[in-house]
Design a protein around this ligand. Structure first.
Ligand code: RB5
Length: 154
């Protein structure tokens, strides 16, 4: 599985921890930054990781900012991205089974390192259940198409 990683300064330390954890487990990783704790803009990293995942260059993406909120909002603006902000193990599993989330967002200032790594492991190890959940994900895609640039808004 190929995974794209990104964070702003608020998520930098947790992103580095996740990177080391996943490297140990043999995942194929690409780090889209940031690479220091200097203040930077989370939408830039959401865009880089989101575009790479939406293009199919990576199977999944992991984004971290201070709360996980800003970076998840930004990633969800990209067509084809279903980015879930997760802070517990139940949601980590459900957002794969039910929502087919292709990016997970975490809050580096919110979720402790032990829980964050557990969340990531569960999320990476859980498959989409399809069935009725596919119909719902397809409806999300229809909303996305309705509001894509160039489409009429009713
Ligand atoms: C940066 O200070 C902070 O606003 C950012 O990391 C994130 O929490 C935004 O949602």
């Amino acid at each position: 599985m190929r995974i794209a990683l990104g964070s702003d300064h608020g998520g930098y330390e947790l992103k580095e921890l996740i990177k080391a954890h996943l490297q140990q487990r043999g995942y194929e990783l690409e780090d889209f930054g940031t690479s220091t704790t200097d203040s930077c803009d989370y939408p830039r990293f959401a865009l880089a990781v989101g575009e790479a995942v939406a293009a199919g260059a990576y199977d999944r993406g992991i984004l971290v900012c201070g709360t996980g909120v800003g970076i998840s909002i930004a990633a969800n603006k990209i067509p084809g991205i279903r980015c879930a902000l997760v802070g517990d193990c139940f949601t980590a599993k459900a957002t794969r089974q039910h929502n087919d989330a292709n990016i997970i967002a975490l809050g580096g200032r919110v979720t402790g390192p032990g829980l964050a790594l557990e969340i990531v492991d569960i999320w990476l190890g859980t498959e989409f259940q399809g069935g009725r959940h596919k119909n719902r994900v397809d409806l999300i895609t229809e909303i996305e198409k309705k509001y894509s640039r160039g489409n009429d808004r009713e």
